[in-house]
Design a protein around this ligand. Structure first.
Ligand SMILES: [Zn+2]
Ligand SMILES: [Zn+2]
Length: 329
C-alpha cells in the first residue's frame, strides 16, 4: 500500500510502498477514505513535538471503512464507517484513566505521532478508540471534526458556562466551535491577526457579535477566552479582556513561550488552563451535538501524494480551509 512517511523531522514526507498492516487483538484494519491535516502534523514534521515514532505515517483525523477485524470483540462490523482520532490507546489502569481523565494517561498512544496514522491507504486502530460518525456528513466533511472539532470541543467545555466567549486565532477549530457556541446562545468574540479583515468578516458571518484584531479590546469584558493560535503572547492578551473569575483556555498542543505579565492581570480569580488530547467521552458528546447544530466544515481536498504541498501551504498560512487528503474513492 502507499503511505506518506516521515523518516525524520524537518524533512519532507516520502511516498513509499509499504506492507499493509495486520490488525492485532482488538484492532481494526481500516481502508482510509479521507484524512484531514492538522496543525499538530506540522508540529511533528517541524520537530516541535519530540520523540515521534520513526519512520511515521502522520494523520489523526481519519475516516475509513473496516476491512478486517482482529481477534476479540469489536463493536463494529466489516464495512462500517469509523473515525480514528488522536487518542489511539490508553492503559485503562493508571490514576488518570481511573478518574475519567484518560486524555492524561501516562502510557497513552497517539495516532499519527506515537503510532502510525492515516496518510496511507490502510491503517490499524484499536476498535475501542474509534468513533461511529454521524450519517449526515460525508467522508470529506466529517474528517476535520475528528481533531479540530473534538479537541476544540474539549477546550470549549473547559470554558464553562461563559456567556461572553472569545476566540484567539480563528482557524479550523474556532470556526467549528464558534458554531456550537452560537447555537448554545453564547456571545462570540473573534480575535484575529491584526488587520485580517477577511477572517473577521467570516467570523461575523458565523454569528460572532464582535470581531477584531488580537491587539484590540472588545467593548465588554469576557467570561472566557480560548486561545487556539500557537502564539504565547496571546495568553496575557486574553487575560486582559477577562472579567473577574474569567478563564483562559489554551487549546493547542504546542505554543511559543508566554511572556511575563503583571500579577494584577491574573488576580481576582482569573484562571489559565490548557487542554491536552481528548477522552472518548468528549467524542461521544461532540458527535451528538455537531449534527444537531449542524456544525459545518469548510474543506479543500488534495491527493495523498500532495501531503508535502499541503504542509507547506499550512505552514505559510496559505490554506483557506481545512485540508483533507482524499485517499480512496
Ligand atoms: Zn492510563
Ligand atoms: Zn489534531
Amino acid at each position: 500500500m502507499r503511505a506518506m512517511v516521515l523518516n525524520e523531522p524537518k524533512r519532507p514526507l516520502e511516498l513509499r510502498d509499504v506492507p499493509k498492516p495486520k490488525p492485532g487483538r482488538g484492532q481494526l484494519l481500516v481502508r482510509v477514505s479521507t484524512c484531514a491535516v492538522c496543525r499538530t502534523d506540522l508540529h511533528v514534521v517541524d520537530g516541535e513535538l519530540l520523540n515521534p515514532k520513526l519512520p511515521l505515517t502522520l494523520g489523526h483525523q481519519i475516516v475509513g471503512r473496516v476491512e478486517e477485524i482482529g481477534e476479540g470483540n469489536a463493536n463494529c462490523a466489516i464495512g462500517d464507517r469509523v473515525g480514528i482520532p488522536w487518542l489511539g490507546w490508553t492503559d485503562g489502569d493508571c490514576s488518570y484513566c481511573r478518574s475519567g481523565r484518560e486524555n492524561l494517561c501516562d502510557k497513552a498512544r497517539f495516532t499519527g505521532y506515537t503510532v502510525d496514522g492515516g496518510y496511507a491507504e490502510f491503517t490499524v486502530a484499536d476498535a475501542r478508540y474509534c468513533f461511529h460518525l454521524p450519517d449526515r456528513y460525508n467522508d470529506v466533511e466529517v474528517a476535520p471534526l475528528l481533531c479540530a472539532g473534538l479537541i476544540g470541543y474539549r477546550s470549549y467545555r473547559k470554558a464553562g458556562d461563559a456567556r461572553r466567549l472569545g476566540f484567539y486565532g480563528f482557524g479550523n477549530a474556532a470556526h467549528l466551535i464558534a458554531q456550537i457556541a452560537v447555537y448554545e446562545g453564547r456571545e462570540v468574540f473573534a480575535f484575529t491577526r491584526p488587520g485580517d479583515k477577511a477572517t473577521q468578516l467570516a467570523a461575523q458571518e458565523l454569528g460572532a457579535v464582535w470581531a477584531g484584531g488580537s491587539d484590540e479590546l472588545p467593548p465588554e469584558k469576557l467570561d472566557a477566552a480560548i486561545v487556539f493560535a500557537s502564539v504565547g503572547p496571546l495568553v496575557p492578551a486574553a487575560l486582559r479582556v477577562l472579567a473577574k473569575g474569567g478563564i483562559v483556555v489554551c487549546g493547542g498542543i504546542h505554543m511559543s513561550d508566554i511572556p511575563s505579565f503583571p500579577y494584577d492581570d491574573l488576580w481576582e480569580e482569573r484562571v489559565i488552563t490548557s487542554v491536552a488530547n481528548l477522552t472518548r467521552r468528549d467524542g461521544d458528546e461532540f458527535f451528538e451535538i455537531a449534527p444537531r447544530v449542524p456544525v459545518r466544515t469548510h474543506t479543500e481536498t488534495f491527493a495523498l501524494e500532495q501531503a508535502n504541498t499541503v504542509l507547506d501551504l499550512f505552514r505559510a498560512g496559505r490554506l483557506s480551509a481545512t485540508a483533507v487528503l482524499r485517499i480512496a474513492e
